[in-house]
Design a protein around this ligand. Sequence first.
Ligand SMILES: [Zn+2]
Ligand SMILES: [Zn+2]
Length: 319
Amino acid sequence: MNSIPRLSRREFLTASGLLTLAAGAQGCKTLTGASHSSIIDIHQHVNYSGRPDDVLLQHQRLMGITKTILLSAGRSVSSASTHDGASNGLEAKCLGNEACYQFASIHPGEFFFGANEVPDLPEATREIEKNLKLGAVVIGEQKFGVECDSPEMQRIYQLAADHRVPILMHWQYKRYNYGFERFYRMLAKYPQTIFIGHAQTWWANIDKDYKDDEKNLYPKGTVTPGGVTDRYLSDYPNMYGDLSAGSGLNALKRDEGHARDFLQRHQDKLIYGSDCNDLLGTIPGCQGADTIATLRRLAPTRKIERKLLYENARKVFKI
Ligand SMILES: [Zn+2]
Ligand SMILES: [Zn+2]
């Protein structure tokens, strides 16, 4: 797009009397107000790698996203859990609760926000709860150097259950949320908490033959089903997967035969997110747009595609 100078699509269509026709062509609205092409993006950030707000807005609209969830950073502190400050701003200049709340407030119904905090601060649950009461739809993105079963994290898991919101976790070996192989204990201990897995160690472990290795976070080639991630999704009703980021896209593309089966197997558990920091919003150059195209190509049926791009997010985040 676009061969029509100066006029927006809507202005052009109105001027040419085709608006009604075009609205019909976009598909009938369902009872929830969503059209058959609506997409929810559960994973974006404000000021991601310094990206300006107007570019973020345009990026999301160009990708065809109808609702976006903005995940917050915790406050900036220097501690072991932030790797002496290196992991502040989710290690990508992302802003925190206040900025996400403000952005969502300016774009009601189109943008939603997360509640977050550095988990081992004494005021962590208070700060998260304050933002949940303001309307945050998720806790996260939890991306800190802590044990996944530490008392601090367990307090936040309980808070998520109490407020009936999911918690989204960035799993990265030796860097964020230590102890992925032990996490089944938390899944069993907090059955009312909905956990959403994301990032390199989450996606690398779809493969039964993968061995955790901080130098091999984006493994390529054939996938043997039955890895830790595959089992968590199969065995625990409260475990979901976020398809975002280069790690999610790599997991789909490295073995497309496996990916089709994986999408079929976990069709009610996998949720689209972009988590890209580019300024484009279109292919080539936008990983989030590439992930949408890849899911449309690999989803075994149209019904499953709609679950991955829209329905599962609507249910889990209640948006
Ligand atoms: Zn992440
Ligand atoms: Zn992008």
